[in-house]
Design a protein around this ligand. Structure first.
Ligand code: G1P
Ligand code: ZN
Length: 539
């Protein structure tokens, strides 16, 4: 039985930096998911012959939303769905399944690193045949659809059992329930030198991986413990829970506190890592040591030839504009392509598809390569383990030697959260208007060399995107301002600050950035306008 159901539009279904992300309370409203999904289907058009991949990070409402998607897919004439067992797929695993099966796209049900549960967030990331999330031109069309949607199609049938791997069919639509982990593990084994990493663990090397009660637990246990031989218990918080056990599954110094405390204690393991809710973010720690994501990207790039899959060379590397310039120096040294894109992984997709880059990364704990079209948390962890296994060096040694060779970008991001949306928009607009007058001005001994919005012209499709405001100083220091595009309510202003030193590499980042932070605050008038004198989150 296929039903056509009348509905009325919601006005807030515009996708942000990575898909649609809203409070769970908003998403569970009547027809909310249905409207959004039908809008996507309407924009795609004819669904005959089309295959989509579906899965999620197991958060609250994953199970209900996935059934809606299955029944709507069948009703709209989709030919085949490939679904992770029990509805589980990490974002990187989903991208791999799309590419491997030449699917037309996929839906990952996740609000990434945002907390889950009835009081938390829910979200949907929509990818196309590239395995990466759709470009803004398509998400704009979908948003327009959501504003005028008047009906949707759905099958009036019982829920599909997702617990058994195998094949089913409803209303002529093929459904394949697959092992959520296997294909991903196979891919990792083709990229990295598993036997070297295995030997590392045999020699007594210790690690702790914190899956933060989210989707990477089963992937991490299989890879690190079962295959690579890390001792049982190396992977913690490995059972995915609908509310992540109350954790905020964002792998950074603030939210991955348990792991950070452990890695800075006397019992620390040799290596520490965490992933986020849907497994695309990573944090890397050594004993008493934290590697910034910007440095991590630079270090991985510098060591590409230690990894079997990249031994024949890499095309180039890209970073988001807000990310520190560490990797730029590595790209120059290796004489490979180098690109700066707006924030959001989707901007890397064209560069990967056109063989301009192999690696890419963002300061927000995202690192990846062209093996898929999403950032990949476990990939980054394996890359580090592979470097350690090949060099015999510790995380801190590898990083310090990198700074000795290239100099160090001191880099910190400051987030001002829960700001009134209109106030934040006005603040950014006023700041943008002020930028032309700042050139040549001096503050606390720092002289501004250039101040302008970051505008990206995609070299492949020519599309233009404006994202953030950049102030550059004569000594190479930079301040970047952006509004977050992943929040579920209110506005977050991000300030990214960087200062480079060729030789002075052992200082405290916050101390090195004291003056630049003051400059960033005073130019933007954040204290006067928001009442905030300090950031809510510093990473
Ligand atoms: C944040 C990060 C960005 C990342 C995105 C999705 O977006 O800053 O780098 O791509 O999450 O993980 P934002 O909230 O800044 O728009
Ligand atoms: Zn994520």
């Amino acid at each position: 039985m296929i039903k056509t159901v009348a509905t009325v539009p919601y006005s807030d279904q515009k996708m942000g930096t990575a898909g649609l992300r809203r409070k769970s309370k908003v998403v569970i409203q009547q027809n909310y998911i249905e409207n959004f999904m039908q809008s996507i289907f309407n924009v795609i058009g004819n669904l005959q012959g089309k295959t989509f991949v579906v899965g999620g990070d197991g958060r609250y409402y994953n199970d209900i939303a996935i059934q809606k998607i299955i029944k709507m897919s069948a009703a709209n004439g989709v030919s085949r769905l490939i679904i992770g067992q029990n509805g589980f797929l990490s974002t990187p695993a989903g991208s791999n399944i799309i590419l491997k099966n030449h699917a037309d796209g996929g839906f990952i049900l996740s609000a990434s690193h945002n907390p889950g549960g009835p009081e938390g967030d829910f979200g949907i990331k929509y990818s196309n045949h590239t395995g990466g999330q759709i470009p803004s031109s398509i998400s704009d069309d979908i948003y327009q659809q959501t504003l005028k949607i008047s009906e949707y199609k759905i099958c009036d049938c019982p829920d599909i059992d997702l617990s058994q791997i195998g094949h089913q069919e409803i209303y002529g639509m093929q459904i394949d329930i697959i092992d959520s982990v296997k294909d991903y593990v196979d891919m990792m084994q083709q990229i990295f030198d598993f036997s070297s990493i295995k030997q590392l663990f045999q020699k007594g090397f210790t690690m702790r991986f914190d899956a933060m009660n989210a989707v990477t637990g089963p992937y991490a246990v299989r890879i690190f413990e079962d295959i690579l031989g890390a001792p049982k218990g190396s992977v913690v918080n490995f059972k995915p829970l609908p509310d992540f056990g109350g954790l905020h599954p964002d792998p950074n110094m603030v939210y991955a506190k348990e792991l950070v405390n452990f890695m800075y204690s006397d019992n620390a393991a040799d290596f520490g890592a965490a992933n986020d809710g849907d497994g695309d973010r990573n944090m890397i720690l050594g004993k008493n040591f934290f590697v910034t994501p910007s440095d991590s990207l630079a270090i991985l790039t510098d060591n590409f030839n230690l990894i079997p899959a990249y031994q024949s060379g890499i095309y180039g590397v890209a970073k988001s504009a807000a990310t520190s310039t560490s990797v730029e120096r590595v790209a120059k040294a290796h004489n490979i392509g180098y690109y700066e894109v707006p924030t959001g992984w989707k901007y890397f997709v064209n560069l990967m598809d056109s063989n301009r880059i192999t690696f890419c990364g963002e300061e927000s704990f995202g690192t990846g390569s062209s093996h898929i079209r999403e950032k990949d948390g476990i990939w980054a962890v394996l890359f580090w383990l592979n470097i350690i296994a090949k060099t015999g060096k510790s995380v801190s040694q590898i990083t310090t030697e990198h700074w000795q060779k290239y100099g160090r970008s001191y880099y910190v991001r400051f987030d001002f959260e829960g700001i009134d949306t209109e106030l934040a928009d006005t603040l950014m607009l006023d700041l943008e208007n002020k930028l032309p007058s700042l050139s040549g001005k001096e503050f606390y001994g720092y002289t501004i060399s250039e101040a302008k919005p970051f505008i990206y012209i995609d070299p492949v499709d020519g599309s233009s995107t404006k994202n953030g405001l950049i102030i550059k100083f004569n000594d190479g220091s930079r301040i970047v301002y952006r509004l977050s595009g992943t929040g579920s309510s209110g506005a977050t202003i991000r300030i990214y600050i960087e200062r480079y030193s060729k030789t002075d590499i052992n200082q405290e980042p916050l101390k090195m950035l004291t003056e630049l932070f003051k400059i960033a605050m005073s130019i933007s008038e954040i204290p006067e306008r928001t009442g905030k004198h300090q950031a809510d989150v510093v990473t």
